[in-house]
Design a protein around this ligand. Structure first.
Ligand SMILES: Cc1ncc(COP(=O)(O)O)c(C=O)c1O
Length: 394
């Protein structure tokens, strides 16, 4: 007998109704949900009834993750996106119109510079850049009629710290909103909404998830800045996969422990590097020699982040020797993993800038960025020392 269509394409059993709840959050790996009848479908799609129809509009794993991030950031609103860049794109598309003026730090992550640069300029937004290393330069660029100010709490790769309170008050005085990319700080160090910011982005790909196995972002913010967010999110197709959300929620459970440990390792390594003859300069707001030390101490309650950047005296050849000898530190141009990793900004995140622009920002061939992991202090120090020893010849 030929197989019936049911045999060829069986529908699985409906999940059993449980008399107990699982302790860990379930994974709802579904693109679409079955509705009782057209009336219910209409009510769900119009948000008159709570529930889910189509995962691009929302699903339980994204909502569970968003609620956890609302708690972490003290945010009235939060929405999860398919990447950190999607979250930044969402912030821009939900708040800006052609003709609007944006003041953007020139120290933003490379792709963010492209977004708050040629990409938005293409849509008729006026972009003004200012020196993100200098609060006054950003304040001077603010004029009445500015719609959005964009900064990173701790900028990449030289770890300049933005004075969020000063920027938020000045932005509000001009009628602008402050958008803060908090990826390098995480809510363990800084909750920008409490300093007056209106919108916060985290690339959850980094330390928030912490295991380098998802690509995700989140936009959180105040309700006033939220009017068009849901419509833009679903219309431009920015939804995240349930599995990635499930993994990230699991990662968030250890966020505070991981950040505390990595901050401790970062401070230890920064102090160690400062004493080494091969090193020209260490960039880390936790060192009293950093111009950002007083601000970071105040804004982050005396923790200084999980990334340390330094410049080797021997320039690019020394950096190559360091990378080749760093047997226990993978060269992996991201950050926030369980393991300590390194990056070389001149050839990765900042490669699109020419040498002159790199130099103007303070980046050279000898610049190395370390993202500290949660290994023991002794392990990390030994791994860095081993690589530094190879630079002696340069
Ligand atoms: C500071 C910062 N913001 C945003 C992003 C973009 O995040 P994603 O890679 O999740 O799109 C990155 C990525 O490296 C980043 O470093």
């Amino acid at each position: 007998m030929p197989p019936s269509p049911e045999d060829l394409c069986p529908r699985p059993e409906r999940p059993p109704r449980l008399s107990t709840e699982p302790l860990s959050p379930p994974l709802y790996h579904a693109a679409v949900y079955a509705c009782r009848d057209p009336r219910q479908a209409q009510a769900l799609l119009a948000h008159e009834e709570q529930g889910y129809v189509y995962s691009r509009d929302g699903h339980p794993n994204a909502d569970m993750l968003a609620r956890q991030i609302q708690r972490l950031h003290g945010a009235p609103e939060a929405i999860v996106c398919s990447s950190g860049m999607a979250a930044l794109g969402l912030a821009a598309l939900a708040t800006l119109q052609p003709g609007d003026r944006v003041v953007a730090s020139n120290r933003l992550y490379g792709r963010t510079q492209q977004l708050f640069g040629p990409e938005l300029a293409r849509l008729g937004v006026l972009i003004v850049t200012a020196d993100g290393a200098d609060t006054q330069s950003l304040l001077d660029a603010l004029t009445p009629g500015t719609r959005l100010v964009v900064v990173e709490t701790i900028a990449n790769p030289l770890l300049e710290v933005a004075d969020l309170q000063a920027l938020a008050s000045a932005a509000h005085a001009c009628g602008a909103w402050l958008l803060v990319d908090n990826t390098f700080a995480s809510p363990v160090l800084c909750r920008p909404l409490e300093h007056g910011a209106d919108l916060v982005v985290e690339s959850l790909t980094k330390i928030m998830n912490g295991h380098s196995d998802v690509l995700l972002g989140v936009l959180a913010g105040r309700s006033e800045a939220w009017q068009r967010v849901a419509a833009v999110h679903t219309t431009w197709g920015m939804a995240a996969s349930p599995y990635d959300c499930w993994l990230a929620l699991r990662g968030l459970g250890t966020l505070a422990l991981r950040v505390e440990r990595a901050c401790d390792n970062a401070l230890t390594v920064a102090r160690f590097l400062q004493e080494r003859a091969e090193v020209e300069r260490v960039y880390f707001p936790g060192l009293p020699t950093s111009p950002y030390h007083p601000l970071a101490t105040r804004q982050f309650q005396a923790r200084y982040g999980t990334v340390v950047t330094f410049t080797l005296k021997g320039g690019a050849p020394a950096a190559e020797a360091f990378i080749a000898a760093a047997r226990h530190i993978p060269f992996s141009p991201s950050l926030g993993d369980l393991s300590t990793t390194l990056s070389h900004p001149a050839s990765t995140s900042h490669r699109l800038l020419g040498p002159a622009e790199q130099e103007a920002l303070g980046i050279s061939g000898g610049t190395i960025r370390l993202s500290l992991g949660i290994e023991s202090r002794a392990y990390v120090l030994a791994a860095v020392a081993e690589a530094l020893d190879a630079c002696k010849r340069h």
